[in-house]
Design a protein around this ligand. Structure first.
Ligand SMILES: NC(=O)c1ccc[n+]([C@@H]2O[C@H](COP(=O)([O-])OP(=O)(O)OC[C@H]3O[C@@H](n4cnc5c(N)ncnc54)[C@H](OP(=O)(O)O)[C@@H]3O)[C@@H](O)[C@H]2O)c1
Length: 316
């Protein structure tokens, strides 16, 4: 979903800006390094006697990394995704390794509005102490394209999964969390595309902006009882990005989750990895129309390459 040089240039421009203008540099140092070290909140503060963390999109990528990290911290898990086999393997592995209970919900969340499935999920959660909700599940269409060229089915699926599912599940869980003695934690996975124009992935980017906006309001509403935090990263090596190699701007999901764990209860939203943060600053320095045009030409190139690949595949 992007070019290597583009990402490097953003990070370097952000870095140079921070060095030559002392104030943003100091803010960056405070926000990303000093504050998390001084005020790091242990996830144990969200844990009671028999507490569960519920993670959507847990069968791979960032969701799986969150699941394992909370399992290590002693949380029981409710893991949700479509591939039941993978979820069952995770259940067996984590129950043995971390002496916890794992519940599996294998469900295509896109279709959850049909046949009263929300009621079924609510039933499964009844009487369970839920300390953590990780709203991780999300999707993006395969082929970048101008809005008129995006398949209606993809638009529907993105809006359903990235917005509707997250909103309704959060509504259900908040009514459970608010009654707890301990504080609750809600993690919302947005993206750096939430604050820059992202042509050719316009629906995905707008859905991620919804998540950030939604999170920041919940953060203020529930501060006393629930910590809401939204993460807005650039590139992580997962099935979604199809990036195969890590680099200074591409993290392994496990590394990314380690960074996320530094920021609970500290602020409403953050890009938790320092180089991604420099990329944010680099992006903010561009006028949005220039930034949008750059992304448009990059993604037009990516689209042409993918179309060629598809044509060659169809010929075989
Ligand atoms: N990777 C990045 O660079 C990046 C950057 C910024 C933000 N994000 C955000 O981070 C989140 C996780 O991304 P990722 O890269 O880890 O994605 P991923 O590798 O594609 O993993 C998505 C997870 O969601 C599950 N899933 C997908 N569709 C589903 C459906 N219809 N119903 C239920 N489960 C479903 C998948 O398992 P099944 O296939 O078994 O269902 C998988 O466990 C997303 O919200 C994404 O927008 C990612």
């Amino acid at each position: 979903m992007g070019s290597n040089t583009g990402a490097l240039i953003l990070g370097i421009v952000g870095g140079i800006f921070c060095v030559i203008t002392i104030i943003p540099g100091l803010i960056l140092l405070w926000k990303l390094i000093v504050k998390p070290k001084l005020f790091k909140n242990s996830p144990q503060k969200y844990r009671g006697k028999n507490t569960y963390a519920i993670i959507t999109g847990a069968a791979g990528g960032i969701g799986k990394a969150f699941a394992e990290k909370f399992a290590k911290e002693g949380f029981n898990l409710i893991i949700i995704a479509r591939r039941e086999e993978i979820l069952k393997e995770m259940k067996q592995e984590f129950e043995e390794k971390y002496q916890i209970n794992v519940k599996v919900i294998a469900n295509d969340l896109i279709f959850i509005d049909k046949e009263n499935q929300w009621n079924q999920i609510e039933k499964e959660l009844k009487g369970i102490d839920i300390g953590v909700l990780v709203n991780n599940v999300g999707m993006c269409q395969y082929l970048p394209g101008k809005f008129g060229d995006i398949d209606i089915k993809d638009i529907n699926n993105m809006v359903s999964l990235n917005i509707r599912v997250l909103t309704i599940l959060t509504h259900i869980i908040i009514s459970i969390m608010i009654k707890r003695k301990e504080k609750g934690l809600i993690i919302n996975m947005s993206s750096a595309t939430s604050f820059v124009p992202f042509p050719m992935f316009q629906v995905y980017a707008a859905s991620k902006a919804f998540i950030k906006q939604f999170n920041d309001s919940l953060y203020s509403e529930y501060k006393e009882k629930i910590d809401c935090i939204c993460y807005c990263p650039w590139y992580i090596k997962t099935e979604m990005t199809k990036i195969r190699e890590t680099s200074i701007y591409v993290l392994e999901p496990e590394e990314f989750v380690e960074y996320c764990f530094l920021f609970f209860g500290q602020q409403n939203h953050i890009d938790p990895y320092w180089f991604h943060y420099l990329m944010d600053i680099g992006a903010w320095l561009y006028p949005t129309d220039i930034f949008g045009s750059m992304i448009l030409s990059m993604q037009t190139f990516v689209r042409q390459r993918l179309l060629l690949k598809l044509q060659q595949k169809n010929k075989k």
